[in-house]
Design a protein around this ligand. Structure first.
Ligand SMILES: CC(C)(COP(=O)(O)OP(=O)(O)OC[C@H]1O[C@@H](n2cnc3c(N)ncnc32)[C@H](O)[C@@H]1OP(=O)(O)O)[C@@H](O)C(=O)NCCC(=O)NCCS
Length: 267
């Protein structure tokens, strides 16, 4: 069903068996005359948060309202299960239109930056969880942090950015900090051979040191490069350029959307 999408490079084929086997999420299909023509998945990924992914309609059955009906049923299911918010990521303009017309609000407009590994330096420090939560004040007040709109730019599940999230990441070895706690980077699970950053905080020399230390880390880990997701227009762009990062692909943006499922008074 997905072989004619993106020159046969759709990720669904790769994850299909895992998704079928995963009892903690709902991987659902739509059939017409006994043939599967639509897919999607609902995955609980953080307290109160449901992730929507893998929406596909077979080329032969597009423009008949199938995606809209699937999305409506996903929203109803997440709401019935008591989730506070449904979130998703998309690169696709057609899909963006569909999601916006169903009431989703854009949370993040992501630009990708990329730098090759560098040999010979020290990777950044990993704070412990207690120390990490104390960095929240610095992070929240750093320039451009509000452009993340309170969510990490993680396309596998955009979590809420808050002090507890810094602690959670630190406990998994996924937070990096500059000396003196003056800049930090939250990592996400990479998709390829790289170190992947889902959010940055800090400014100036401390942030630049950290961005360079990530390039050393890529080398120490035997990874090829570092990828950093920054909201469009984020002020760290100058620091990125100064430390050898460039746009991975100027055309390649991704949006994260969110839909509140409960009336404001209950959230
Ligand atoms: C995006 C996709 C799921 C839409 O499926 P679909 O069943 O054709 O969509 P629907 O018929 O329910 O249409 C829903 C809305 O999408 C928009 N839309 C769908 N196809 C479109 C097209 N070819 N051009 C412009 N708008 C389009 C329209 O706004 C439409 O609403 P309307 O008909 O009321 O104007 C399908 O095109 C697809 O599988 N694409 C490839 C995979 C993909 O990009 N998935 C989304 C990743 S998050």
């Amino acid at each position: 069903m997905t072989s004619d999408l993106w020159d046969g490079h759709d990720y669904i084929a790769r994850v299909f068996d895992d998704w079928v086997a995963d009892a903690s999420s709902a991987f659902q299909a739509v059939e017409v005359d006994g043939v599967v023509v639509g897919l999607h998945r609902l995955r609980p990924y953080a307290p109160g948060l449901m992730w929507y992914e893998g929406l596909r309609v077979a080329t032969s059955h597009q423009r008949q309202g199938i995606a809209r009906a699937m999305l409506d049923s996903a929203i109803a299911e997440a709401r019935e299960q008591g989730f506070a918010e449904l979130r998703l990521a998309t690169y696709n303009e057609i899909a963006s239109h569909l999601f916006e017309s169903a009431g989703f609000k854009p949370l993040l407009d992501i630009r990708w930056w990329r730098a090759p590994r560098v040999e010979g330096g020290e990777p950044a420090n990993m704070p412990d969880p207690v120390e990490a939560e104390k960095l929240w004040k610095m992070a929240a007040s750093s320039p451009g942090f509000e452009m993340y709109n309170g969510v990490s730019a993680d396309l596998n599940g955009a979590r809420n950015l808050e002090a507890a999230e810094l602690g959670r990441l630190a406990s998994r070895g996924m937070l990096r900090v500059a000396p003196g706690g003056r800049a930090l980077a939250g990592l996400r699970r990479p998709w390829s051979d790289n170190v992947a950053v889902a959010f940055l905080a800090g400014r100036g020399a401390a942030l630049r040191d950290l961005l360079f230390a990530l390039r050393y880390e890529a080398d120490a880990d035997g990874a090829d490069h570092v990828t950093v997701a920054l909201p469009r227009g984020h002020p760290a762009a100058d620091d990125m350029r100064a430390t050898g990062y460039d746009f991975a692909n100027a055309e390649d943006t991704a949006f994260i959307y969110g839909l509140q499922l409960k009336p404001a008074a209950n959230t």
